[in-house]
Design a protein. Structure first.
Lengths: 206, 206, 206, 206
DNA sequence: GATGAATGAGATTTCATTCAT
DNA sequence: TATGAATGAAATCTCATTCAT
């Protein structure tokens, strides 16, 4: 019994993982709209029914892909909270984020596609909460800390918000470049980005 | 004669403009995928045939929307080339771009949707040229000029590339914010962005 | 008044003739199904409305094309009834028919297309009367006459019917060959056909 | 296992066969143009999707119908090559062809419709190779053989070509008659045709 | 667990036809 | 007379989903 159950469970998990991986690749290659169940099934070498069997609906498949990246991201990001100064912390934040993007480049790109295209019946974006500032909060906290520990030049709260947005969009750009341009050197990009935002936040030398 | 011609031309142009405008709004509201000919026709209060009559195919309709924004953009941007220093030039570049985004916020947002989703039969993005650096060239030129006129701190070519990418992505972010968040204050955003990149490019005072 | 009327009449006739001619060419090039009003209008360099104006419906346009060929055919064929013997008559019949096909090759081919494809709402062929033997009657009469004047070998009525069908289908084949194959030599074909059916009908020499 | 496989295969094959048969009948009743997927589905008592499921495109469905008739024809025709003289051979050729037409009368008629109407986007007939003489080759060979074995009167090569065309078009006519006219007696027609072409090819008795 | 088969909604597109000008 | 504009029906095709086996 238990063997059977865990056997099923294993197969189940393996199949789900395989389907999700294939879906991610299909989205990267074809975009969200053309990554149909049929395409995914063909690429996975299984019948369409398998997809529906493991994921009651296409929406749920997409949601799981987003969810899984968030889980990966959460554990990856938990490493960051260990630097001694805000300046080091910002550098670490940029580095870690770009490492994560590199480590999961297709998954990240696929989730970006999903987030930008997944809508409900009335056309509203499911994953887009315009008032949601939570993505920027960690950066803003670093910038705030830098005011206290003297790492950074004076930065007003309104400036901190825009700076956070700029940092985040520069990081997200790396994902797009990575999938679109095989020559893109993300390590170099990371180094330059760190320098750039050190210059942007740094105290002018006296 | 000329009245007839211009009259015909006028109706034709007016309808095309109306359809394009409705399409732009439909894309903003519903996203690229759900902005179907049927939806557009319903919103425009006409039959589906009208759309096909004025735009032989959906692809052509989309292309015209992209094209028109480029034309608008070209004339808008031609104003920029008049500043005395690279530092002023960069400020002007950011300001003008954000003004343009504000002035054509739906059009800009719709084109972003199209560019990210318009693919050929094999799934390749039509408007996405990964090796295309042309969008960054104007900024890189400003940064280069700033080396010559002494406006900016020393910036290596590799750094200039990344800086240009960062500036551009920060500008493009404004468009997303604008459509998603009615409270977004783009003037404030512009001011902050200018300050930020002045700090990032500025010579440290001695 | 009368000038005006005859002027209109003339223009009217000219336009109708032009439209019919263009339609005939469109059918030859594209086939019946793809010879749409739009295609015809484009080829004629006029608007679709012109077609509908002169021909209330597409069906009527097609009917007129068929009708006109019948009129042409009737006058062309009236020449035949002048030979002295049935054997000469048969030769004349074949010659004249093939001359007619050559003289109006596109029109004949277009009408063949129409006749084979023009159907009513229930799908019944309009121009196809299965029990209609009238196309074979003239040939049968020649064969019958040949019995009387001793031109031909003895041919039973049932044989005459099949012989007539064979002659007619060989003649009609020429039209298909003519439009499909630019190298087809219809004069040569006529000569051979005449020889062939002389052999088929001829009295064996004693 | 094997049951499962052959079972699946069987359903698939049965459905495809059913759809092809229904399509053949629809084409005979309604003609090529009006034999739409919708009509076929309605006649088969299934949804339109079923057709597309088993035949990815309408073109492919049509091609399969043509192909299948060629396969049937190839095996049917292989029987012919067994007569002792060219004269007997010609008789056999006519008989066998007309038997085949009778045995597959709707299929033959449908393929004739398809061949005459199936065009690519530019309007060119797909199945029409004007220079293709291969349909006439078997007959020409028989006629040539008849020169050697003395079965036939002297027939020049150019005459043989036209004779072959005439024989073939007389045979093909039977198919049209058969579907259009329920009273058409093809056995009688065969007998007459054989007599006719014996007269046309026969050596005059001395 | 897995598959093939089927469905029905919806998308794009073509087209004959109508109508105001 | 002629035209452009508009309509609505129908055609092909795609696709997520359901279901029996």
């Amino acid at each position: 019994m238990s063997t059977k159950t865990s056997g099923k469970s294993f197969i189940e998990k393996a199949r789900r993982a395989q389907i999700m991986q294939t879906t991610i690749e299909a989205i990267c290659d074809l975009g969200y709209a053309q990554a149909s169940i049929g395409q995914i099934a063909k690429r996975a070498g299984v019948s369409k029914g398998v997809i529906t069997y493991h994921f009651p609906s296409k929406d749920e498949l997409m949601q799981k892909i987003v969810e899984e990246l968030y889980l990966k991201g959460a554990s990856f990001m938990s490493e960051i909270a260990t630097e001694s100064t805000a300046a080091n912390m910002l550098r670490r934040y940029i580095e870690t984020n770009l490492e994560f993007i590199l480590a999961h480049k297709n998954h990240v790109a696929a989730v970006a596609e999903i987030v930008m295209n997944f809508r409900d019946e009335e056309g509203r974006l499911i994953y887009h909460k315009p008032a949601d500032n939570s993505i920027y909060v960690p950066i803003i906290e670093i910038l705030h800390w830098g005011q206290e520990d003297g790492s950074f030049r004076p930065i007003l709260p309104s400036s901190a918000q825009v700076l956070a947005m700029t940092i985040r969009s520069a990081i997200d750009l790396a994902s797009q470049q990575l999938v679109a341009n095989p020559d893109f050197n993300i390590q170099e990009y990371a180094k330059e980005l760190i320098q750039l935002f050190e210059a942007a936040t740094g105290k002018p030398p006296i």
